[in-house]
Design a protein around this ligand. Sequence first.
Ligand SMILES: NC(=O)c1ccc[n+]([C@@H]2O[C@H](COP(=O)([O-])OP(=O)(O)OC[C@H]3O[C@@H](n4cnc5c(N)ncnc54)[C@H](OP(=O)(O)O)[C@@H]3O)[C@@H](O)[C@H]2O)c1
Length: 291
Amino acid sequence: MQQFTMNDGLTIPAVGYGVFQMSGNEVHEHLPEAIQAGYRHVDTANAYFNEVAVGEAVKASGVNREELFVTTKLFPQSYPYEQCGTDIDASLERLGMDYADLLLFHQPYGDYVAGWKAMEEAVKAGKVKSIGLSNFPMHKIQEILDIADITPAVLQVEINPYWNQHELKTQLASTGIVFEGWYPLGHGDRKLLEEPVFTELAAKYGKSTGQVILRALLQQNVIVIPKTTHRERMEENIDVFDFTLTDEDMAVFATLDDPAFKPIFDHLDVDTVSGLLNVFVGKQLNGEKLY
Ligand SMILES: NC(=O)c1ccc[n+]([C@@H]2O[C@H](COP(=O)([O-])OP(=O)(O)OC[C@H]3O[C@@H](n4cnc5c(N)ncnc54)[C@H](OP(=O)(O)O)[C@@H]3O)[C@@H](O)[C@H]2O)c1
């Protein structure tokens, strides 16, 4: 498995297994299959309500903890400084782990500046190896950069061939922040998967369109974390290291980026934001535990 090196000197497997929208039972069923298929990187969050199942599946896998890369994320309710320290411990307890490989602030609201100091302390205490951000726009990333002793190592944002985040990548080039793309297959979007550019490349390389998309993102130095509950797709999505797209192929890929493409979530839209926060708070109010 290819690894990317982060700005803190640590490495991260280039393809991960995302478990968003998977229940604890689904994680118990499918994460072991993913690990068997060769995944060594799993992407969860406290807001996915499945950290306990992720931890149990990792433990039961028989693969050494050090060989697995586990990412989790905190929702904005956790960002106030004191709360952040408490909630990092709570995530580790749910995961049943001494440390997480990567901890991200999931959404760009609330007291993320104060919380970042608690994130840095967690790194120094060995509770977290690397820290980063998700869904943060440039001006809010800058607020963190302005006070950071530890620069974010990773930025996890929506990335697919129509929405490539070229501007943000350029703005952050000097920081060494590694980009991680969620929604890399556009959530299985047929238009994306049947885009003629990809069907032609898929035929040329004897691969699926999904594999061509994932490969192109990897060649743009983007980590991908596709989610699937199907064993054959797990194998397909990780089988992307035996071919290389040419510069010409990559040039065509770059032209697909469409500034008019609307991301699935607009994280600066008030209704989207309150919807996201309410789902999370609502689950807690309904008595759902964070797993
Ligand atoms: N930080 C954030 O705010 C954020 C937001 C969203 C997601 N994420 C992370 O990113 C991960 C992936 O995102 P996502 O699940 O939204 O999108 P995705 O990986 O682009 O798409 C997943 C969908 O595509 C289908 N699929 C998977 N592999 C396929 C293939 N080879 N061919 C055709 N269809 C395929 C899956 O269906 P089946 O399961 O039926 O195979 C699933 O419905 C999440 O699990 C999560 O870890 C993070």
